[in-house]
Design a protein around this ligand. Structure first.
Ligand code: ADP
Ligand code: MG
Ligand code: MG
Ligand code: MG
Length: 392
């Protein structure tokens, strides 16, 4: 739809807009895949977001992609709002003919990556909110809580093969090989990446193990793209958007993504000599994300576990230990793929001083290798800060 189509569409389809109201509309999308429109009634001030998935990617017509991603996003937002109330935007309508979702307008919030990188703002409640989101959406969609037949039906409904393939390629394959990849390495670090990433056989073997774990461990309904660009924040509230990559995969994929993207914010902050209070808050947030997740996961497990064998003494600890090891490994993979692979992050690319950027990337890549190879040693939040400090 173009801007005029969107105005016509909401006028006809949504009760909140009257047939002759005066509408303003703009395309505000900044992602690679979809079109995002904001429509506002000039008189009432009421506004909504219309997110539409095209048959090709927003950035390139050569990139064909199923529009089913918009159904998945709409249905998953509705489900996540039940599992973790108030932590996602309200969906007003999904239209499978137009492949578009009408949802709550969150324009008064800020995208977390922007708030951290450009403004160095502190969000005291963020760790609390995101750990509630993850513990609830992950554990409550898993086999330990759900009826096993319902869970298998959900896994089939959200199989999402095309978007999974993007992750399999961009996160789990291309960053580890130089040829036939779309990697985008910062030139002064080419030799470092040659040696430390492409040249590390042990690392590639671990990445291979993790790739097939990602593809086969249908543990929980993941968000699937839980980086700081998919999170809207204010000082008081947090809303997770854009779950079009959702599918049944290992819980650690979401947790590791949150941790790695906070590490990018930390790396940016240290490179630009951000104020101590802010850097300390970021470090505490990384610690809290890990430790609060563990606490909430454990309490929720005890309150909601259904499977008779999952109640066996020692099983909860065994299960959580595996989730934490996966989280560490994914944090490492996300750090590597954003530095070496096709899709970078502005936390790193906006570090203006060349020497600071060289150093920032090397610290994160060094920590990433440890997170992947020694993933079983990462249990508490402090372990992650230890890996960053040791790599510095
Ligand atoms: P994509 O899947 O293409 O990455 P996103 O869902 O991440 O699309 O949205 C892209 C951008 O559109 C966001 O970064 C944000 O600026 C804006 N946006 C998306 N959803 C909303 C919303 N509910 N309210 C306000 N702005 C939104
Ligand atoms: Mg997005
Ligand atoms: Mg890059
Ligand atoms: Mg998206």
């Amino acid at each position: 739809m173009d801007i005029e189509d969107v105005k016509e569409y909401v006028r006809c389809k949504l009760d909140v807009f009257t047939p002759n109201c005066e509408l303003q509309c703009e395309e505000i999308g900044d992602g690679n895949l979809n079109y995002v429109f904001r429509v506002r009634d000039v008189n009432s001030g009421i506004s909504v977001i219309v997110k539409q998935a095209g048959v090709t990617a927003r950035i390139s017509d050569e990139f064909k992609l199923s529009t089913d991603r918009n159904r998945i996003e709409s249905e998953v937002l509705l489900l996540q709002d039940k599992l973790a109330p108030g932590l996602v935007p309200k969906v007003l309508q999904y239209d499978d003919v137009m492949s578009c979702c009408v949802m709550e307008d969150l324009s008064s919030y800020t995208i977390l990556r922007t708030a951290l990188t450009d403004e160095q703002r502190i969000f005291p409640l963020f760790a609390d909110h995101i750990t509630t989101f993850m513990a609830n959406t992950l554990l409550l969609s898993s086999d330990v809580v759900m009826n096993h037949k319902d869970k298998k039906a959900a896994a089939a409904a959200f199989s999402n093969p095309e978007l999974c393939e993007i992750t399999e390629d961009l996160v789990y394959s291309e960053p580890f090989k130089n040829h036939n990849s779309r990697n985008d390495v910062f030139a002064p670090n080419e030799h470092f990446v040659e040696k430390e990433i492409y040249g590390d056989d042990e690392l590639r073997l671990e990445a291979a193990k993790l790739k097939f774990q990602f593809m086969t461990n249908a543990q929980a309904l993941l968000h699937g793209d839980l980086h700081t660009g998919s999170i809207f924040v204010t000082e008081k509230e947090t809303k997770v958007i854009d779950p079009e990559f959702a599918f049944y995969g290992p819980m650690g994929y979401d947790i590791g993504n949150v941790i790695a993207n906070l590490m990018f914010a930390w790396s940016h902050a240290t490179a630009v000599n951000a104020r101590t209070e802010y850097v300390q808050w970021l470090e505490q947030t990384i610690v809290d994300v890990v430790d609060l997740f563990r606490t909430k996961f454990t309490a929720l497990w005890d309150a909601s576990v259904q499977d008779v064998m999952a109640k066996e003494p020692g099983f909860r600890a065994y299960y959580l230990q595996n989730v934490m090891a996966d989280s560490a490994a994914v944090a490492g993979l996300e750090l590597i793929r954003r530095i070496v692979g096709l899709a970078g992050v502005k936390d790193i690319s906006s570090i203006a001083d060349e020497h600071d950027r060289i150093a920032a990337e090397r610290v994160l890549l060094t920590a990433a290798k440890r997170l992947i190879k020694n993933r079983n040693e990462f249990e508490a939040g402090a372990d992650y800060i230890g890996a960053l400090k040791q790599a510095q």
